[in-house]
Design a protein. Structure first.
Length: 132
């Protein structure tokens, strides 16, 4: 983050997964904001009428990105991989993010409930960001 600029964090997760969405909205997001980190997450920043693709592209711009890996996220990513939209586009853009030498070490995987193998949506993430 630039001196004097509030650091920012994009949180990528499957909004249809209630436990994960609740964790992001009521625990992770507020905890980050408590230490003055600007949260970019669909529950805060995505409204009807806003450009969805513009929101998803923020994953490339924030100081930090957190991808909450779950089976559901992995499934959505693979179902939409050839024509990504929504959370699948966020994952695809996160793959690009970790190719940036200034961002790869500021991109974090959070395995919420399942094993890495069962819930990591991208082999790029598994190979470059997580332990085996």
């Amino acid at each position: 983050a630039t001196l004097g600029k509030e650091p920012s964090c994009f949180i990528c997760y499957d909004v249809d997964e209630r436990d994960t969405a609740s964790f992001v909205r009521y625990t992770l997001g507020p905890d980050l904001e408590k230490v003055n980190i600007k949260v970019e997450a669909c529950y805060k920043n995505l409204n009807i009428g806003n450009g969805i693709t513009d929101f998803e592209k923020r994953i490339l711009e924030t100081d930090v990105a957190i991808i909450i890996c779950t089976r559901s996220l992995k499934k959505k990513y693979h179902e939409r991989e050839s024509n990504p939209y929504g959370v699948a586009l966020e994952v695809k853009l996160a793959e690009r993010r970790i190719q940036d030498p200034t961002k790869w070490n500021k991109t974090f995987l959070l395995f919420f409930t399942e094993s890495r193998n069962d819930s990591c949506p991208s082999s790029i993430f598994r190979d470059d960001l997580s332990t085996k």
